[in-house]
Design a protein. Structure first.
Length: 559
């Protein structure tokens, strides 16, 4: 196999070949590589093992299996570790501001090591939320053969004879505050919610982005939906190692995969599955990396024409492992291909068109996780873009079969997430209110925190069908209810949200795709507005705030 790949050392040959590179080879011999190893294509095997969360705990083991596959197929793997931030662990604290920032750092770190050490190809093992889009962004920048392997979803916890997902623990905190749940029950729930390794188990952000990677073509079909602790995941990892060598031999690069039809396919999959609104940010950011013109309006249009098919948490009944048992991500994509809702000719990393890649998916008889095209849960998908005088550049909300679709009520205005949370827990938010949390956008936060602590508290207080929330921050994939995020332009740059006042009448109408402050001239109010002082004046948060763009463009870092 070595000779077969000798012409595919486009980058590594510059680092290891010839008399002038003797010192470089000597360094590598010291780490255990042989002369023959350095004559083969070098494949970077990236992962985000970290002990701060269960999501990525299997990455070291999976990396070993990927490396086995690479070696078996004639390459030399080199393992690289990057970082990750747990959205769930940091939720509701200053630590959560690091989450979206980490997307850029992870992408940068993968790009830097790949360029610095001149890898010929890459396999990126991903898990918790931001590692997935970050890996895709790095592959897009490098445009070298590369693929993404999702390490897998956690199994559901078991609580008093039933399955339990992490989103319920956040909601239970609010239920305790309202007196609907005992402290002892919450303690029992937290002790059993996470039974082991894997990312949050509903169609939350990590699993949504896993689905994006299969439907966009950067992950081999059938690999990502295998749960983290399923023995088949190790075989998939070894298969990924072999598959990257095939992609290298065939010269399959991300720029050939990440076309406009691929982005439309991924959006349709998110819409059909009731996926996280975070996918909107990440699809827009990834599109900008490859120069594909893709906007909020495109996402809304595709969602309007895509039926909601998956009955997945948080809006539905089932966990992601149940989708795997039903037939997996491939079955959903196959169904969308059959219905003409995605472009089956789009190229995937295996070299097959998408339709062929998912042709072998088998539906488990009697499953009801995934509905048929003739009986969708909703005729439209879950991603909705709203505009109006509050959000002239747009805002995003996720709608499920059970979500409130309109609200008209007084604004309850807060300038930080913690203040809103305290108000909910203290019982100061009433039915009909519209909670507004501003100065939490990409620049204002900085880092555009998720608001799961607040939204879950609203659900826990039994206000989920009576209270809406509007923010320039974002939401966890575990969020339920009429929760409007990504409001742009954000308050910190003088967006209209900065002009709202306590008691202003806010109207949200999902069917009309509108969000308005009624009878208010926000521009006049903002005439004398001055921006708040930044929370951070030095360090990574300060640099991020100075460079980050609008949520309506995916919150990219501009050059």
């Amino acid at each position: 196999m070595t000779s077969t790949f000798s012409d595919h050392r486009r980058f590594s040959s510059r680092l290891y070949d010839g008399r002038s590179r003797a010192a470089a080879r000597a360094y590598l011999y010291g780490t255990g590589f042989s002369p023959d190893d350095l004559r083969k294509p070098i494949v970077g095997v990236f992962h985000a093992w970290i002990e701060t969360m269960p999501c990525n705990l299997t990455h070291r083991r999976l990396a070993e299996r990927v490396k086995m596959g690479v070696r078996a197929a004639g390459g030399t793997p080199m393992e690289v570790n990057t970082i990750a931030i747990s959205d769930g662990v940091t939720m509701g604290t200053e630590g959560m501001k690091a989450s979206l920032v980490s997307r850029e750092l992870i992408a940068d770190s993968i790009e830097l090591v790949a360029r610095g050490h001149m890898f010929d190809a890459l396999v990126c093992i991903v898990g918790c939320d931001k590692t997935v889009p970050a890996a895709a962004m790095a592959l897009a920048r490098l445009d070298r053969p590369g693929l993404i392997l999702y390490s897998g979803s956690i199994l559901p916890g078991r609580f008093r004879g039933r399955d339990l997902a992490m989103g319920e623990v956040f909601e239970a905190i609010g239920a305790v505050a309202s007196g609907d749940l005992a402290e002892e029950e919450l303690a029992e729930m937290e002790s059993v919610a996470c039974p082991g390794a894997g990312a949050c188990g509903g169609q939350f952000t990590a699993n949504t982005m896993s689905m994006v990677m299969e439907s966009i073509g950067l992950s081999p079909a059938g690999f990502n939906s295998i749960p983290a602790v399923n023995a088949a995941k190790d075989d998939a990892a070894e298969g990924a190692g072999k598959q990257i060598m095939v992609a290298l031999e065939r010269g399959i690069r991300p720029s050939q995969i990440l076309t406009r039809p691929a982005f439309e396919n991924a959006t349709a999959a998110v819409a059909a599955s009731g996926g996280s609104t975070n996918a909107v940010l990440h699809l827009l950011a990834l599109a900008s990396e490859v120069g594909v013109v893709f906007t909020l309006d495109d996402i809304d249009r595709i969602s309007r024409q895509t039926p909601l098919l998956c009955d997945l948490l948080p809006g539905g009944r089932y966990a992601s492992v149940d989708l795997h048992k039903a037939g997996g991500i491939s079955l959903l994509i196959q169904r969308l291909v059959t219905g003409g809702l995605v472009d089956g000719s789009a190229l995937t990393v295996t070299g097959e068109p998408l339709a062929e890649a998912v042709a072998g998916a088998k539906e488990t008889p009697g499953q009801d996780v995934l509905a048929g095209l003739d009986r969708p849960l909703r005729t439209e998908g879950g991603l909705v873009v709203l505009r109006g005088n509050i959000a002239p550049e747009g805002s995003v909300v996720k709608i499920t079969a059970h979500t409130l679709t309109s609200q008209r009520g007084p604004a309850r205005v807060f300038d930080r997430e913690e203040d809103a949370y305290d108000a909910v827990i203290a019982g100061r938010i009433k039915p009909g209110d519209v909670v507004v949390i501003r100065y939490e956008g990409p620049r204002g936060g900085p880092g555009m925190r998720e608001m799961l602590s607040v939204t879950a508290a609203i659900i826990g207080e039994r206000l989920g069908n009576e209270v809406a929330l509007v923010t320039d921050g974002r939401f966890s994939g575990a969020t339920n209810g009429l929760m409007v995020g990504h409001v742009a332009p954000e308050a910190a740059v003088g967006g209209p949200l900065a002009g709202l006042r306590e008691g202003d009448l806010v109207r949200i109408d999902v069917r009309a795709r509108s969000i308005e402050a009624e009878g208010v001239d926000l521009a006049t109010r903002l005439a004398g507005w001055t921006p708040p002082q930044p929370h951070y004046r030095t360090g990574v948060f300060a640099r991020y705030a100075a460079a980050v763009g609008s949520a309506s463009a995916g919150a990219p870092l501009w050059p």
